[in-house]
Structures are given as structure tokens and as C-alpha cells.
Design a protein around this ligand. Structure first.
Ligand SMILES: Cc1cc2nc3c(=O)[nH]c(=O)nc-3n(C[C@H](O)[C@H](O)[C@H](O)COP(=O)(O)OP(=O)(O)OC[C@H]3O[C@@H](n4cnc5c(N)ncnc54)[C@H](O)[C@@H]3O)c2cc1C
Length: 408
């Protein structure tokens, strides 16, 4: 252990997963050098507020300060060497060197890859007026556009697209959300709850064009035309394209690491075949024991959990495979959507509560044997927490549904 805690740990990616890894290493007693490398010229910050508070409220630097994951003073005190504004451009895993954009190289004993994901690039690039949301700069630019109160088209009806739609309504913009899927949110929360969410958006004045694709965007900021595949043309001042994300692995192309929709790891989050290289957060694709398949999660809780797990593996050695919390949330207007686990294809679902009558609902999912494997709740965090506890004790979906029904 004395040797383990003295090794130089280099972390590439200075956001949630990278920062939490660095902080956890120190909390667990790692005494060796820790270097945190980040492409953005920003102290680490949290992303979920970028599509929520930072768009709905008036932009201010104090608001930005509130979403920092760590300040310079804290990182200095933890003796973490920061290399911000300096992307990693290559990895020599034999020589154990990370090559940086400024031409320098950093040697490591242990490497933690935490480069996350980027917004899937927009296929439509008119002169101006099309935005995507992944970074603080993106959020700042979109917030500026929303304050104009002019018509907005959001391409993509997933969580981020619909959160932006909600914020834009709060800013008084006319908003249309377009998605080629008939029920885009059903992938995330199941068809039963997706329908209620769509109604919520419509009640708040959002127009939806679901089951309709975009075939082109022309014009410039303030005067854009979005052409749909049914022949309709939508006028917009601003367009946000939110069509998913892609893992940031280009810099690893020649590294010899196994890349396949992320950095492929073993169950202990070590890059396959590389004992001293770990991957954490949105960039990691690992074998998920519960689902029986490899998973790349793009969730806040997972990034922090994996960071703490890997820090512990570096300091103490990993005993058990990584066991995810599988938790995600979204805020849509004043509704709180929370989910954990997954919906198994071969399982069944049990609905508890009534959104219209009670203003809250829980949908519980079972695996093929009736065991509880996931849940989605709306405005009912207490039910979700209850279900999570019961899941840990191996309850069946029916036992869990009964327990939720008894909640006050
Ligand atoms: C707008 C938005 C809203 C969200 N809302 C929610 C939510 O409500 N609930 C939820 O559960 N999750 C949400 N998420 C997802 C959550 O934020 C991510 O799961 C989390 O940020 C993942 O952290 P990460 O550190 O793995 O990756 P990232 O946050 O993507 O950070 C990766 C970092 O690595 C840097 N990097 C990339 N390439 C290089 C390189 N070559 N060299 C150096 N640095 C590099 C990037 O610049 C970035 O700073 C949201 C995400 C976004 C974008």
C-alpha cells in the first residue's frame, strides 16, 4: 500500500469524473503526485445546471461560481497539479506517456481517462444561429439567445432538449421541439410517463413535431428556416440541436486501448489489457453485471461513483467489481423526474399512483423472474428512495409496489 499511494496518477478530463477522482485519491490517503489535465480553460464545473438554472435564471458570474466542482484554492491545498486549457492529443501506453496539445508529455504510473463526451455534431451548419449544449460557453451563448425572447426550434426531444425548451418558455420564447421519434421521451421514462411529460410541455406552450425529421436548416441567427421531412418549414431565430453525445476518444485512436463507443474496460473499470489505465464517467464502457451487457452511462451519479471506486482501487486495490447506482434525474418545469435501474425487455411494469389525481406517480420494473430491477418516478422522490432500498434487499416488484402504495 505504501508504494501504491506514492505513484503518480495522471487524470485526463477535468470535469465531474476527473475532479472527483482527484479529490477522492487525497481523501483516501494518496500521497503521490496527482495531475489533472483538462481541455477547457475553466476550473471544473457541473453540467446539469447548464440546461436548467443557467438558462432559466439571469446569467451572472456568481451563478457560475455556484456550479464549480472545486476552486483553485481547494485544488492547491490538495496538492493537485492542474493543466487546464491543454488537451491530451495522444497516449503512448507502452512508455506510459500522455502527449498534450502544447507539445509536452506527462509521464504516469496510473492513468485515469475521464474525457467524457461531446455533443453529437449537428449535421446542419448554416452561417450562424445553430447551437449545441455541452459546455459552460455553450450555455452562456444559448442563454444570451434566449433572453431575446425570439422563436426557438429544438431538434431532439431527449432530456436535454426538453429542459432547454422549458427554460426557453420561462424566457418567453415560442418553442417547437422536433424529433423523428413518435415518442422521444419513451426511451428514457417509458411510454406511460412520456405521454404525461409531452402533455406537460404542451400545457406550457411548447409545440411538438414528433415523428418528423429535419432535412435542412438555412439562413442565419434571427432568420433561420428549419425544413421538415413532411414539407413543413419552421421559422426560428435560434435552433438548438440536441441529438445525443459521442464519447471523447479521438485522442486515444493510436493508443492500443480497446475503443468501441467509449473506452472498453473490465468489470473493475481497467481498460481491457492495461492494468494501470482506468476509465471513468461518460467515456467508460464497462460490463454491467445486472444488465448482462456492456454499458456506457451518461449520468451524473455514475461519474461520481466511478471516480470514487477507481480512486479506491488505486489506493487500496479493487476487491469487488464496480456496482453502479444506476440513478438519473431530470427537471422539467416544476416536475422532478427520477429514475434508477433499468426496464428489462422480458420483465413487466407496475404503475403506482396517478399523475393527474395525485400529482405524482411511480412506475416499477421487474426482470424476467419478477425481481425489482428499476423504477421511474415523477414528483415522488420518496418512492424512488424506498424502491432503491428494497432493490438492494432483493425485493420483488410486487413487494416494492405494495410498499410504495403504503407511503403517505
Ligand atoms: C447540459 C447537460 C445537462 C445534464 N443534466 C443531467 C441531469 O439532469 N442528470 C444527470 O444524471 N446527468 C446529467 N447530465 C450528464 C452529466 O453531466 C454527465 O454524466 C457528467 O458530466 C459526466 O462527467 P464526466 O466527467 O465523465 O464527463 P464530462 O462532463 O463530459 O467531462 C469531460 C471533460 O474532459 C475534457 N476533455 C475531453 N477531451 C479531452 C482531452 N483530449 N484532453 C483533456 N481534456 C479533455 C472535456 O473538456 C470535459 O471538461 C447532463 C449533461 C449535460 C451536458
Amino acid at each position: 500500500m505504501a508504494e501504491a499511494v506514492a505513484r503518480h496518477v495522471v487524470i485526463v478530463g477535468a470535469s465531474l469524473a476527473g475532479t472527483r477522482t482527484a479529490q477522492s485519491l487525497r481523501a483516501l490517503g494518496h500521497t503521490g503526485p496527482v495531475t489533472l489535465i483538462g481541455a477547457e480553460d475553466e476550473l471544473p464545473y457541473d453540467r446539469p445546471p447548464l440546461s436548467k438554472r443557467l438558462l432559466a435564471e439571469d446569467w451572472s458570474e456568481s451563478l457560475v461560481d455556484e456550479i464549480r466542482l472545486a476552486g483553485k484554492a481547494e485544488l492547491d491545498e490538495l496538492d493537485i497539479t492542474l493543466r487546464l486549457g491543454c488537451a491530451a492529443v495522444g497516449l503512448d501506453s507502452t512508455a506510459r506517456l500522455v502527449h498534450l496539445a502544447d507539445g509536452s508529455a506527462v509521464a504516469y504510473d496510473v492513468l485515469v481517462i475521464a474525457t467524457g463526451a461531446a455533443a453529437r455534431p449537428s449535421p446542419w451548419r448554416p452561417a450562424s444561429g445553430v447551437f449545441q449544449l455541452r459546455t459552460l460557453d455553450d450555455s452562456r451563448a444559448i442563454a444570451e439567445r434566449l433572453t431575446l425572447g425570439e422563436p426557438l426550434v429544438v431538434v431532439g426531444g431527449g432530456f436535454i432538449g426538453t429542459e432547454i425548451a422549458a427554460a426557453a418558455r420561462a424566457r418567453g420564447c415560442a418553442v417547437t421541439v422536433v424529433d423523428p421519434l413518435a415518442e422521444p421521451m419513451a426511451r428514457l421514462v417509458g411510454p406511460e410517463i412520456a405521454g404525461a411529460l409531452v402533455d406537460l410541455h404542451r400545457r406550457n406552450g411548447v409545440t411538438t413535431r414528433f415523428g418528423t425529421g429535419v432535412v435542412g436548416i438555412e439562413g442565419e441567427a434571427g432568420d433561420l428556416t428549419v425544413a421538415l421531412d413532411d414539407g413543413e418549414k419552421l421559422a426560428a431565430s435560434t435552433v438548438i440541436v440536441g441529438i445525443g453525445s459521442v464519447p471523447e476518444t479521438d485522442w486515444l485512436a493510436d493508443s492500443g486501448l480497446r475503443l468501441d463507443n467509449g473506452v472498453v474496460t473490465d468489470a473493475r473499470l481497467r481498460a481491457v489489457g492495461h492494468e494501470n489505465v482506468f476509465a471513468v464517467g461518460d467515456v467508460a464502457r464497462w460490463p454491467h453485471a445486472g444488465r448482462g451487457t456492456e454499458v456506457r452511462a451518461e449520468h451524473w451519479t455514475n461519474a461520481g461513483d466511478q471516480a470514487r471506486y477507481v480512486a479506491s482501487a488505486v489506493v487500496r486495490g479493487a476487491a469487488e467489481p464496480y456496482a453502479p447506482t444506476d440513478y438519473v434525474w431530470s427537471d422539467q418545469y416544476d416536475w422532478k423526474v427520477n429514475a434508477f435501474g433499468w426496464r428489462a425487455l422480458e420483465g413487466r411494469s407496475v404503475l403506482v399512483g396517478d399523475l393527474e389525481a395525485d400529482g405524482r406517480v411511480a412506475m416499477l420494473h421487474s426482470d424476467a423472474d419478477g425481481g425489482l430491477c428499476g423504477a421511474v418516478t415523477v414528483n415522488w422522490v420518496r418512492a424512488l428512495n424506498q424502491v432503491r432500498r428494497l432493490s438492494a434487499s432483493g425485493a420483488s416488484v410486487d413487494e416494492a409496489a405494495e410498499a410504495v402504495r403504503r407511503l403517505p
